[in-house]
Design a protein around this ligand. Structure first.
Ligand SMILES: C=C(O[C@@H]1C=C(C(=O)O)C=C[C@H]1O)C(=O)O
Length: 256
């Protein structure tokens, strides 16, 4: 049964199924490393759960899950980050920040809901009621109830909500550092030749952003702008600093 054995030997790779990962997927699917892996797509909190449970070996996971892992390795030079407004992650509201009383938290997110908590307390100095969600809650963003919405739904919500508090932008204003929402994290040591080839696959994708845009017609938001001016994919030393600072906030006793 060689075919089945091959399947078993493949490295299971989880990736977020939002538009912002399309350039990375473009590269992964066209690079030689594709034969060594199985790609599993889902929304971020599910990818995080799969990595913690061990049903995948590596995932583009919300970085907020890192403190919950027994073993973790950040692999590759790529991430889902920002160095200015990210556009797809915000607190959306019908009223200005000073009037917000409740904030609905996106069930698909791990990082942005944690980031929203940090920013509400430390940046906007707000003590609001935080409400977890389990299913689509966007219709409840009304009056003094705001909501964190991420990903493609975040881009759509820009057309709905008059007040948009971009969480990437607020983080940068507060800390002077860029932000990392998700990074490639493995729950075990992976073979160095796989890591190198996987890194190349990510790089390849980012060299073909125009093709990715052409493949994904999206009238809601200018994807070329999204991929080149909002999402910042390189995991630079400065982004690592931003990531460290964010994880410090999450593990500090006052935050939880
Ligand atoms: C910028 C984004 O980053 C995402 C936000 C995440 C989160 O909040 O947990 C996780 C993965 C990222 O893909 C977005 O999807 O809009």
């Amino acid at each position: 049964m060689p075919a089945k054995l091959n399947q078993l030997n493949k490295i299971k790779v989880g990736i977020v199924n939002y538009l912002n990962t399309k350039p990375l997927i473009f590269g992964i699917q066209r690079a030689p490393v594709v034969d060594q892996l199985l790609l599993i797509e889902d929304y971020p909190s599910n990818i995080a759960r799969m990595l913690v449970e061990g049903t995948i070996d590596v995932g583009l996971v919300p970085v907020a899950v890192i403190p919950h892992m027994k073993e973790h390795h950040i692999i590759t030079d790529y991430c889902i980050g920002c160095e200015g407004p990210v556009a797809s992650v915000a607190i959306f509201s019908e009223v200005p920040m000073e009037k917000i009383e409740k904030v609905l938290l996106d069930y698909q997110s791990r990082t942005s809901v944690a980031l929203a908590k940090v920013l509400l307390r430390k940046f906007w100095k707000k003590d609001v009621e935080l409400i977890d969600t389990r299913e689509d809650y966007r219709a409840q963003i009304k009056g003094t109830t705001a909501g964190v919405v991420i990903g493609d739904r975040g881009l759509q919500q820009r057309k709905v909500s008059p007040y948009i508090y971009d969480l990437g932008e607020a983080w940068i204003e507060m800390t002077g550092l860029p932000f990392v929402f998700a990074a490639w994290v493995s729950n075990k040591q992976l073979p160095p030749d796989f890591i190198e080839a996987f890194n190349e696959a990510n790089k390849l994708g980012l060299q073909h952003v125009e093709e990715t845009v052409a493949e994904n017609p999206y009238p809601v938001f200018d994807l070329h702008k999204y991929y080149t001016e909002h999402i910042s994919y390189e995991l630079t030393p400065n982004k690592r600093k931003g990531l460290e600072k964010f994880l410090d906030f999450l593990t500090a006793p006052t935050v939880q």
